[in-house]
Design a protein around this ligand. Structure first.
Ligand code: HEM
Length: 155
């Protein structure tokens, strides 16, 4: 295996692993942790929420860095899937359109994940409605997986 092939594979592994975490953890929190935490009184629940957010926040920032690095490596590298489509072709145009949509939705996901795990007072309204925003986050994540898989198999 050449170094280049290994780097392409590594970027792919990291990208997909990050996607599993960025969607899997919000599903766990929304459908398992939050309902289970309702057995606690408000004070210990709020302390637990803060402790969880403090740890998860670091992983969120790491995931964003990994997504940006591996995602743009996938898109700009010589191996990028879209390079096989002839210049000016309908397929290349459609691929880039899907990529643009995916990037926008990914940025919204990054914002919501950071707001939910963050401390900014201005974004407190997102944490107050975390049930709703976690659900939005999960749906956006599923949409991204669908659009990414479609891009991969475009030919
Ligand atoms: C800056 C953000 C991102 C960029 C630039 C980016 C870019 C890319 C690119 C170029 C591909 C290759 C598509 C192809 O093979 O034609 C890809 C694959 C993929 N992306 Fe992203 N991505 C980003 C964020 C995300 C996020 C937030 C998720 C999910 C939560 C995600 C999930 C995936 C998955 C699952 C694949 C593999 C699809 C497959 O092989 O079937 N990406 N990404």
């Amino acid at each position: 295996m050449t170094l280049e092939t290994f780097l392409i594979l590594l970027a792919r592994w990291l990208h997909i692993l990050s996607a599993a975490l960025a969607i899997g953890v919000p599903i766990y929190v929304r459908f398992v942790l939050m309902p289970a935490m309702s057995v606690l009184d408000e004070e210990p629940r709020s302390r637990l929420r803060d402790a969880l957010a403090r740890r998860w926040r670091i992983i969120v920032y790491l995931l964003i860095i990994v997504f940006l690095a591996t995602g743009f490596y996938n898109f700009l590298g010589a191996h990028a899937h879209w390079r096989q489509f002839p210049e000016g072709s309908e397929l290349r145009r459609r691929y880039h359109m899907y990529f643009g949509i995916k990037l926008l939705v990914a940025l919204v996901m990054f914002f919501l994940s950071s707001a939910l795990a963050g401390r900014s007072a201005k974004l407190e309204f997102i944490r107050t409605n975390s049930r709703l925003w976690l659900m939005v986050l999960v749906l956006l994540g599923i949409f991204i997986v669908v659009i990414s898989g479609t891009m991969r198999f475009m030919s």
